[in-house]
Design a protein around this ligand. Structure first.
Ligand code: NDP
Length: 404
């Protein structure tokens, strides 16, 4: 995303108060969308910290543009590069896991949790434990450790707002005073690039094909997860924890136009939906202005131009990843931790050309089966327990991939 942006034309954001902001995963797709909003609203945001893994050059550019107080890379070997790139700016530079946790826990008004993968769990939890409000993009926190994460949110009394577009949509039409009147929550899915591809052809899909999402521009892991529909399974698990609703009240509906992002059906038959262009700046801005709204220059949805909105049931035969995620959610406990870790390893192996596209759900399924007796359905005690199960699942998958 181009971060050479102009201030928002409206120039006045009503009575929105100034906000201290920390961005975890600042160099990523969600992180850069958040920074785009910061740069369009000079004077509103005071950036406390920006965090990345190893992309020190880009992080330094973003830190300078936003006048951040602190920039942190998780990889210690990148500290020298970060220091060089920040020389003369007065911006503090740091590296390593402890520095990432410190950045997440520094007092601020909001932390954007946009690290990818299970690596985001500890930093996001550190922000929650400190009582910093969190705008959550890192769905892996809820897939890997949903019960523990939500318990910490309740304990700290912090505000948790969803960044994921489907959950933001649902949040916007979820009547808190009427939660018991909800019949079901529907998450829409574009269906990805292979929605209509025959199963035979799906076995031959290349990384380049799978990285071309028809509607959304996202990081590589979530783009592949969207192509397998594992992402939609993750999102159902995310919704289960966020909205504290029965698993049988969660539904997935394929909607190729990606205009309707989520729906809530009430007992009186009303179906409330949120619509918008597929641009993450809308749900991010929703978090940054909540409970108010702010101007964002996203393309407006032109319903007349779209013409028709279509919906269809998902195909769990061609997309077994969705079935696996729903089964893991039902199994509960460590099953979803294994699901996420196995998928992270399988996606990385697919992108590295080590396994085929349809091997991704096969790896995940074999890992779930192998570790089910030990961890499936077992409530995990704490973050160390989660990370131990995560590590075991990664090892099991690595062996499966190496042994093919
Ligand atoms: P990207 O791959 O584009 O970016 C990932 C970010 O995380 C980068 O800033 C990366 O730093 C950083 N990172 C990775 N590992 C670590 C680590 N160990 N410590 C600190 N930072 C780390 O991902 P996305 O922006 O696409 O996705 C981020 C999260 O948001 C994911 O959980 C995804 O599922 C979720 N999400 C994304 C959406 C999207 O539109 N992209 C939509 C909804 C949810 P570096 O650049 O240095 O590698």
């Amino acid at each position: 995303m181009d971060t050479q942006v102009e201030p928002t034309a409206a120039g006045h954001e009503y009575d929105l108060p100034p906000m201290r902001l920390t961005v975890l995963g600042a160099t990523g797709s969600v992180g850069q969308s958040a920074i785009d909003i910061v740069l369009r609203n000079p004077g509103r945001f005071d950036v406390v910290a920006v965090v990345a893994n190893s992309n020190a050059e880009e992080l330094a550019i973003l830190a300078r543009k936003t006048s951040a107080k602190l920039a942190v890379v998780a990889r210690e070997e990148c500290l020298g590069q970060l220091r060089d790139a920040l020389a003369g700016s007065g911006i503090e530079a740091a590296a390593g896991e402890a520095a990432v946790l410190d950045a997440a826990a520094r007092p601020t008004d909001m932390v954007i949790g946009a690290i990818v993968g299970a690596a985001g769990l500890k930093p996001t939890l550190a922000a929650v434990a400190q009582g910093n409000s969190v705008a959550l993009a890192n769905k892996e926190c809820l897939v890997s450790a949903g019960a523990l994460f939500m318990a910490e949110v309740r304990r700290s009394g912090t505000t948790l707002l969803p960044v994921d577009s489907e959950h933001s949509a649902i949040f916007q039409v979820f009547e808190n005073g009427n939660a018991e009147q909800i019949e079901k929550i529907i998450l829409t899915a574009s269906g990805g690039p292979f929605r209509t591809m025959p199963l035979d052809a799906m076995h031959k899909v290349t990384p380049a094909q799978a990285l071309k999402h028809p509607n959304w521009d996202m990081g590589s892991r979530i783009t592949i997860d969207s192509a397998t529909m594992m992402n939609k399974g993750f999102e159902v698990i995310e919704a289960f924890h966020l909205f504290q609703i029965g698993q049988d009240q969660l539904e997935v509906l394929v909607h190729p136009q990606s205009a309707v992002h989520g729906l809530v059906q009430y007992r009186d038959g009303s179906l409330l939906a949120q619509l918008g262009s597929p641009d993450m700046r809308t749900p991010i801005a929703h978090c940054l202005a909540w409970p108010k709204r702010m101007s964002v220059p996203v393309e407006r949805l032109d319903l007349a131009k779209i013409g028709s909105l279509t919906f269809e049931a998902p195909d769990q035969v061609r997309f077994p990843a969705l079935r696996l995620a729903l089964e893991a959610m039902k199994r509960g406990g460590g099953a979803t931790t294994i699901l996420n870790a196995a998928d992270e390893v399988a996606v990385a192996a697919f992108l590295a050309g080590q396994i085929g596209f349809m091997d991704i759900p096969a790896v995940v399924e074999s890992c779930l089966e192998a570790l089910d007796a030990r961890h499936g359905g077992r409530e995990l005690m704490d973050v160390d327990d989660v990370l131990a199960v995560d590590a075991e699942a990664r090892k099991t998958c690595g062996q499966w991939i190496a042994g093919r």
